[in-house]
Write a new protein. Structure first.
Ligand SMILES: [Zn+2]
Length: 191
């Protein structure tokens, strides 16, 4: 199944959400509104108003992170029932037909409810076996980084069998790690 630009946008938005230090509600809601599928009920947010932003930090972000951690650790099975419930409660899809140059085209749109629907959709896209994306999600191994990332070294839709998994969020961090290791090794040798 091809990875649509809109799907990729949701995945990236949710990874940003998992990576940020949450300091106010608007920050999370902006990320969600900016990347959720069109027509989503990203607003009004179901639970949170004004000072309740800490729920994003205390409930939603830890849940999204725990799912990502489970995926990265190869322990998806343990969190599947929770993801399934959340997903089915907050994500819907509908078929749409468009006509272009006299030809019918069919595609489907997702609708998500609030923040939970937004990150449930991203995780759903990532774990769908048909899409083959699960091995492209990672957490940077550089000690002081630890960011979640989506490996986009390949073009969307291209199968990925046997490719070495990257451990770093960026080529820069892979490089920093390499240099650190080299220095560590070097300093040991000369002690
Ligand atoms: Zn990094």
């Amino acid at each position: 199944m091809r990875l649509r630009t809109t799907d990729l946008r949701v995945i990236r938005g949710v990874l940003d959400f998992a990576n940020v230090e949450v300091t106010h509600a608007g920050q999370v809601e902006e990320l969600c509104e900016g990347t959720a599928p069109a027509d989503s009920l990203a607003r009004p947010f179901l639970i949170l108003e004004g000072s309740d932003w800490h729920a994003y930090k205390k409930n939603d972000q830890p849940e999204a992170r725990s799912w990502l951690d489970a995926i990265i650790a190869g322990e998806l099975k343990a969190v599947l029932p929770v993801i399934q419930k959340r997903f089915n409660d907050t994500v819907t899809a509908r078929w749409r037909m468009t006509v272009s140059m006299g030809q019918p085209n069919f595609d489907f749109d997702y609708t998500v409810q609030g923040i939970q629907g937004w990150y449930s959709l991203a995780i759903g896209l990532l774990i769908d076996p048909e899409r083959d994306l699960i091995h492209r999600i990672g957490k940077c191994h550089l000690e002081d980084c630890g960011k979640y990332f989506f490996d986009d070294r390949e073009k969307a839709g291209v199968k990925n069998k046997g490719r070495r998994k990257t451990k770093f969020c960026s080529p820069e961090h892979a490089n920093v790690d390499k240099v650190r290791r080299f220095r560590a090794k070097h300093s040991k040798k000369h002690k």
